[in-house]
Ligand binder design. Sequence first.
Ligand code: NAP
Length: 282
Amino acid sequence: MKNSTIAFIGGGNMAYSLIGGLVAGDCPASNIRVADPNNETLEAMQQQFGITPFPADNPGAIAEVDAIVLAVKPQILATVTKEVGEVLQNSHGKAPLLISIAAGVRTHDIERWLGGDTQAVVRTMPNTPALLQSSATGLYANRHVSEQQKNLAESILRAVGTTAWLEEEAQLDAVTALSGSGPAYFFLFMEAMEAAAQELGLPQETARMLTLQTAFGAAKMALERPESSAELRRKVTSPGGTTEAAIGSFQQQELEAIVTQAMNAARDRSIELADQLGKENP
Ligand SMILES: NC(=O)c1ccc[n+]([C@@H]2O[C@H](COP(=O)([O-])OP(=O)(O)OC[C@H]3O[C@@H](n4cnc5c(N)ncnc54)[C@H](OP(=O)(O)O)[C@@H]3O)[C@@H](O)[C@H]2O)c1
């Protein structure tokens, strides 16, 4: 990592979070380049982190780097990737690793836009808590990615949270349904708990604070204790107690089936959207 040069194409929210995590770790800011159309954004990043800015100069940013992080919106990824592909085809330097963080854009589309299946590409699926360095990211590498490049991609994405490699790209649709959309499931659950607590007579602020701290405490326990989620639940569910009354009510309403159905819907939509993005950009 200390010896790797990384170019970010797009200096928006995700690039900001990744770079913040990288420079707080062991990546020297002098190894990081950022290309973005907005000069002010780049100047602010240069002042805060010490990165090298490339205003509206994607080709300049990617010359002779080890990794290129495509950090633009999915809708413009095709245009940007084609531009990168042209530059790489005309350069005779080392072949860099391409890392896409764009939601729902398939590796074979990225390869196609690059001009052929010859480049090392890692497709990743971080989630929104990446903006707070608390992401859960799935990664998939194409056949051209070396072990060293895998380590580099993992180090970059670990700057914003935890990572998991996937054997098959299709598993990224499941990751999208799990961690990609997952924060919203928990927000929905917290929203419902907060509203129910108010109906039970608690003031709004108290309901909110106790809901959030309970969610945080439960996640922290599940992360730090060796027991499974099911085991932790059993341990806090005394026979004949209040928790058992609530869990029994959830199970009567078939909560597990509701969750499975919802995640299947998210997985199916992820496939549809990726198909659409690929078709819209030949
Ligand atoms: N935000 C999240 O929570 C999150 C989570 C998971 C994955 N992602 C993925 O991360 C990617 C980036 O998301 P983001 O939230 O960081 O978006 P963003 O804040 O909009 O950042 C994208 C940046 O790219 C710039 N840009 C536009 N055209 C460009 C070009 N041709 N060359 C170079 N830069 C260009 C944009 O400038 P303008 O604003 O002037 O267009 C903007 O500064 C997306 O593909 C998204 O799917 C995001």
